[in-house]
Structures are given as structure tokens and as C-alpha cells.
Design a protein around this ligand. Sequence first.
Ligand code: SF4
Ligand code: SF4
Length: 168
Amino acid sequence: MSADDRRVEVYPGKEAVVEFDPGLTFDCVSECTWCCHHGVLVYDREFLELAKRANLNEATTQFRGEDFVVREEKDHDHAGDDGRACYFLREDGLCELHAEDDWKPARCSVFPLSVRAEAGDIHVSVRESAREHCEGMNVGDRKVVDNLEAFLPEYLWDLDDPDSEREL
Ligand code: SF4
Ligand code: SF4
């Protein structure tokens, strides 16, 4: 761990090694939707939660033994350059899961951060693609480091591989 890294207790007994500028602020820019242009990883233990809210046969697909939300053609303006986006991205630019039930997969909460396990610790950094595309970085005065529980669901600490960068 370098001298700049910081350990932060996010939940009782659950620490994250912070590898980004502690001055980073974040506030999602709702009309952006860039991070919803992907098919996000669904961790095994999220699968049941998703099943309560969606038809898994339609909304998810498998790739290399892992489950992902389907990335599909959209007929609205919030899709990516190729006209595709996450199954749950509505035409008003909102996430169906979040808007209707205040829930979303961990990968969606984690963005624009990136999580990886290393030597038994959870390391949190800023995702490279977010530096380029996320319009919410350094917006507002809400410091990320002071609000890590909003980005990191507690069950990430229980996963063998919480790496959040896998997506379709
Ligand atoms: S599940 Fe919701 S928040 Fe996550 S990528 Fe899809 S639309 Fe966006
Ligand atoms: S890329 Fe950043 S600003 Fe854009 S929707 Fe995602 S979190 Fe919000």
C-alpha cells in the first residue's frame, strides 16, 4: 500500500483501501446515462433480488459463466452511440429498477468507482472509463470518501471476487 492510500471503515469491521483523491466529489448528472449503456454484472447473491423485480429470462444473459443484465437495442435517445443500452434504462433516462423500487445491482451503485480484492482487502479506485465519460465527477460538494456506504453495498465484503469492471 502506498503512503497515499487510506483505510476507511465503511461498515463496522469492514474497511476499504481508498486509492483515489480524497477530495473527489460526485453527483450523478441525470441526463448523462453513460454508465447505463452497458450490460452490468449481476453477482450471484443479487440474482434473487433481481428475480423479485424482473423476468430473468428476458433481462439477463450468461457470459463466461457469469450473469449480466442484457444490453439491447433502444428506440430512445438515451442509448449509446450504437443505439444499445441496459435492459432497464427507460426512455426518460431513468433506471427502471431504481425508479420503481429504489434498488439496483451493486455495479451500478459502485460506479464511477471500481472495486477489486487484493490480499484480503477491498481496494476502491476511480474507474478509468469514468474519468473520461462520467459527468458527475467533481460535481457538487458531496465527498465520495465520506459517503462510501452509498457506493459500496455491504455484501461486497463477502464476495470471493467483487471486481466491478466486468460488463457486456
Ligand atoms: S440496472 Fe439500472 S442503473 Fe444499472 S446500468 Fe441498468 S439502467 Fe443503469
Ligand atoms: S456516467 Fe456518471 S454522471 Fe453519467 S449517469 Fe453514470 S454515474 Fe451518472
